[in-house]
Design a protein around this ligand. Sequence first.
Ligand SMILES: [Zn+2]
Length: 318
Amino acid sequence: MYHIGIDVGGTNLVAGLVEESGRIVNKVSTPVAKDMTARQFGSELVRMSRRLCEVGEIAPDKVQTVGIGLPGVVDNKRGLFVQNPNMPFRDKDVPLREMFHEEWDVPVFLGNDANCAAVGEYWAGAAKGCDPVVMVTLGTGIGGGMVVGGRLFTGFANSGMEIGHMIIQPNGILCGCGGRGCWERYGSASALIQLTQLEMERDRDSQLWELCGHDPGQVQGRTPFQGARLGDEAAKRVLSNYLRGLSVGMINLVNILQPEVICLGGGVSSAEDDLLLDPLRELVWQGCFDKTNHTKIVKASLGNDAGVVGAALLHNLV
Ligand SMILES: [Zn+2]
């Protein structure tokens, strides 16, 4: 038997036919049209699911469940895509499960994308065998998900674990959410890029300038790591500041939840250990309350497939 997992992004939809072990059999993807309506979106998800069966030469009745990972607030109980800041349509409470069932009657599970990543790492990735597990995704913002007692934790009304908006600095940097001092303004990939650009303005001789072709607009998350590898002092200062901000949120997570493992995902997490994970582990250990029980901090292992695999396996944890 198989499961279908669909990873919904603002620009791309990726669907995969997945075995219970988490192994992906095949994948299809399609871009999100700029004028896509909620109804077209629902139909597109069904079309992709059918396509997966055709490509994999699998009868549709061999598909046990469909899981959909969505960028926004999701209500799995009621089958709703509640709220989204990232899709072309802005409708609230899109009845996604009902839409799917109009065309294909198969159990449908909905999850937030960061939660799906947590499910994937817990079931088939770097956090296998650990509990509780916290997933931290470093991207434009910081996404979070937690599995505890073998179940996905989503709070009482579906927006628990919005860890990117934990406030780590009173009256700090303004955040997209309207608040100030949110963790993602210090620890996300975007924050790292901004720190790099600021440091470049201060240090005109830094090798960071060469690394981005003398165009600060071309700075990427990897740029300061490349600079630090070359021994550039400005790049080292950027990383030191960034790691301090990133570690504060991690320390809070460890002190409040004491997860057995925290998985770091997103592009930034692919940096080499001596520049990211090693110093981060040291800062978190120094800053956390209980120094005897180490929460492991590891790289997520499913990479780009985390969304598809996690969505496909949602039925095990919700
Ligand atoms: Zn915020």
